[in-house]
Design a protein around this ligand. Structure first.
Ligand SMILES: Cc1ncc(COP(=O)(O)O)c(C=O)c1O
Length: 749
């Protein structure tokens, strides 16, 4: 771009006779005093007067048309009325009520001049702004942006060279940049063309200040904000450009700028939440700001002999960003911790608010983002997630994000209105199940689903007794707690419950338990069975056992509830574990992976059991089956199918089972290896006694975390490694896991 004749960048600042200027100011504004010149890139700025009577006199660049004065003046009036807490200067009218006047320079060029109230304070210097101040900097930028949200002015649409959106138009100035610096600038320009320019027009846009640089901000001795000045770069552009300018300029020349940028972004985000697409562009836009600074100074140096010759700090910063990788920075910025506290202060605050509620790992894992099977921690370390079964499609799967966001942006209400999503979900779920299932009740969690299944069973059978396996877990509600001996901590206050040993024990215990319930007068309402026996130690497949258990339950008049909260949605390499085992279940409960992390769960059963219950109990759940939850669940079902993840779980699971088996065969501390699809366990034992070794298992889990792989522990002895990754786990991930396990065992040997 070559600057046009009326571009303020190409037109020298006004040249006024100081005595004449002083005389004009005195007569027009009635303000006595002397004039002290101040910094100004293209205008002539002066401090007028001294002590309490100070003002700012701005004589604009002769290239600035009157509408630019009107833009700035109107914006300041707007800000002072909608956000009086923001310290911006007030325009001071002349004695005859004009907001600005036209003055003539020594060279005969006319310029507009106006006077503003003086703001006290000093500019921030060096590294004196710490993380908390930088967060405040981000908040200030956001507050200014919010206050300008309702402001419009025709001059805000004029081309503004400093608008990052216009960076591609500065490309013709590249030859003005020294040859050894050009490649970096060109790289930023190329990325901008490819990644930024196509996205920017789709983002929120408004009039923004566009220049929250240290030279335009005033602070007091405590570093609290006392003034925001210089509205000369205001323009209508993408809102996020304003943040990028604020972050780039306050961090220019600082060590650790890229880490600190997080603070500015988090501060901004806490006032004005940013959309993912905006967050993802912040690094490119910051790099764009630095590139613009280098290009503009280089061009001015060449054209006008302007100093400094090159904006060195901007160039250094830009090169640091390029070597850190703009893609990497972009994915890091895409998920700022909402409050972004340090790991230590977050842990303290959590303990204060949550008391003794458990955290995984001796040194808690502070996670900030996840994609696929990889989780990223606040310290930048990444982990292969082989523990979390909820995100079956992988963390942050775009199909779910898109479906839920679109639904939230359109309508999110309850299931008592006619809507497509809940009906489609029910139809698509039922299509995956045997024909005898024809009713779906949507709830919010696995616990609720099991609680509801239990109520249906009691309603249908009139009995009050239940059966669970010895170390099962089925939920947090009063009713499901009774089915969750894993949580009982030894106490067994449940007279209506009978526990049976899980497979491979003899399933005849189920019939004995049913008879015992009969004898105690409870009778058998339901047995709940987790198809992969997760809490009992991950024991599936056990088709013979589950079929025999279901038969025993039926012979006692009870219902068999297939709890597919862990085992379902493809975990075993089959969509539903009880279908794989041909188990004659009466009710099915699903949850956890159903929404890939968005809360949604369900009870599925035949009409003859569900309809009477619904009729007699006025069943309804406010959030159960909300439109957004259904959108998430539909996206999960469809993506499982489209990406072939159920079949993948079978193949990768078989590979992992084999390789774990090979490893265990050569190690005395690893005993049995079990697995069904991607639900696997490895028993850890004391090599000398061969007994379950919970302590060693715990240390292996910690070591594997150090090696970047997350697994858990399970089983009555807490001595089995629990491996349940997202179904997008590949053979490469599986090999990484086995290698991490092997090294961890070596280290503990
Ligand atoms: C087998 C089984 N059923 C039910 C639940 C309860 O699900 P939620 O935590 O969603 O209430 C769990 C949770 O771990 C589970 O493992």
């Amino acid at each position: 771009m070559s600057a046009t004749p009326d571009d303020p960048l190409s037109v020298p600042a006004p040249d006024l006779d100081p005595d004449e200027l002083l005389a004009s100011v005195e007569s027009l504004w009635g303000l006595p005093g002397d004039l002290t010149p101040l910094h100004g890139e293209r205008d002539s700025n002066f401090r007028l007067g001294s002590g309490a009577l100070r003002h700012l006199l701005k004589v604009h660049n002769p290239a600035d048309p009157e509408e630019v004065l009107d833009l700035q003046c109107s914006a300041l009036h707007h800000l002072r009325s909608v956000a009086p807490e923001l310290p911006v200067p007030a325009p001071v009218p002349t004695r005859d009520g004009r907001q600005w006047v036209r003055l003539t320079g020594r060279d005969g060029r006319p310029s507009f001049a106006w006077v503003l109230t003086w703001l006290e304070g000093r500019h921030p210097e060096g590294d004196e702004l710490d993380a908390a101040h930088l967060r405040e900097w981000g908040r200030t930028s956001a507050r200014l942006g919010r206050a300008l949200r309702g402001f419009a002015h025709p001059a805000a649409a004029r081309p503004q060279t400093w608008d990052i959106k216009r960076l591609p138009q500065l490309r013709p100035w590249l030859p003005a940049v020294a040859a050894d610096r050009r490649a970096a600038i060109e790289a930023v320009l190329d990325r901008f063309d490819e990644h930024v320019a196509p996205v920017l027009p789709r983002l929120r846009a408004q009039v923004v200040h566009n220049d929250l640089a240290p030279t335009n901000v005033l602070l007091d001795d405590r570093l609290d904000l006392t003034g925001i000045t210089d509205f000369g770069d205001m323009t209508h552009t993408a809102l996020v450009c304003d943040l990028a300018v604020a972050a780039a300029d306050v961090l220019s020349g600082r060590d650790g700028a890229l880490e600190l940028a997080h603070e500015v972004v988090a501060g901004y985000h806490s006032v004005t939440p940013l959309e993912p697409a905006e967050l993802a562009l912040v690094p490119d836009l910051m790099a764009g700001r630095y590139a613009a600074a280098v290009l503009i100074t280089a061009w001015r140096t060449r054209e006008q002999g302007w100093a400094p010759a090159v904006d060195v700090t901007a160039q250094v910063q830009l090169e640091a960003m390029l070597s850190a990788g703009l893609d990497r920075l972009s994915s890091r910025f895409a998920t700022p911790a909402p409050h972004g506290r340090s790991t230590a202060s977050l842990a303290t605050a959590r303990a204060r608010a949550f008391g003794g509620q458990q955290l995984s790992y001796e040194s808690p894992l502070h996670l900030v983002s996840g994609a696929g099977v990889v989780l990223e921690a606040a310290d930048g370390r990444t982990y292969v997630d082989a523990y979390n079964n909820v995100p079956v499609l992988g963390h942050s799967h775009p199909a779910v994000t898109r479906a839920v966001s679109a639904q939230l942006a359109t309508l999110n209400t309850n299931s008592r209105y006619l809507q497509d999503a809940p009906v489609e979900l029910a139809e698509e779920l039922l299509a995956t199940l045997p024909d005898r299932f024809d009713r779906v009740l949507l709830v919010n969690s696995g616990s609720e689903a099991n609680d509801l299944a239990w109520r249906i069973a009691r309603h249908a059978t009139g009995a009050t007794g239940g059966i669970a396996t010895e170390w099962a877990y089925h939920g947090v509600t009063e009713a499901t707690f009774a089915f969750s001996p894993e949580s009982w901590r030894g106490a067994d206050p449940h007279a209506h419950m009978r526990l049976v040993p899980p497979p491979p024990a003899d399933p005849s215990a189920v019939l004995d338990a049913a008879r015992s319930l009969e004898a105690s007068g409870h009778g058998l309402a339901a047995m709940l069975v987790d198809g992969v026996f997760t809490s009992d130690g991950v024991l599936g497949p056990a088709h013979g056992w589950t079929r025999a258990a279901a038969d025993a339950v039926h012979s006692a008049g009870g219902l068999y509830v297939a709890d597919e909260v862990q085992a379902g949605h493809g975990r075993t390499g089959r969509m539903w574990s009880f279908v794989a085992g041909d188990v004659p279940a009466d009710l099915v409960t699903v949850g956890k992976p159903m929404g890939n992390g968005y809360p949604v769960a369900a009870v599925i059963g035949p009409a003859h059991l569900v309809d009477p219950f619904v009729r007699d109990t006025d069943y309804f759940s406010t959030f159960g089956g909300s439109t957004a939850a259904c959108a998430a669940a539909l996206a999960v079902l469809r993506t499982l199918d489209e990406e072939g993840l159920v079949e993948g779980a079978a193949t990768v699971g078989a590979h992992l089972l084999d390789t774990l088996g090979e490893l265990a065969s050569g190690r005395s501390e690893l005993a049995a290896v079990r697995g069904w699809g991607l639900a696997l366990a490895v028993d850890v034992v004391d090599p000398t006694t061969g007994r379950p070794d919970a302590d060693r298992a715990a240390r292996i889990v910690e070591r594997m975390r150090e090696r970047g792989v997350l697994v858990g522990r399970t089983g009555r002895d807490r001595a089995s490694l629990k491996i349940r990754p997202p179904l997008v786990f590949t053979q490469e991930h599986a090999d990484l896991l086995v290698a991490a396990l092997s090294v961890s065992c070596d280290e503990l040997a």
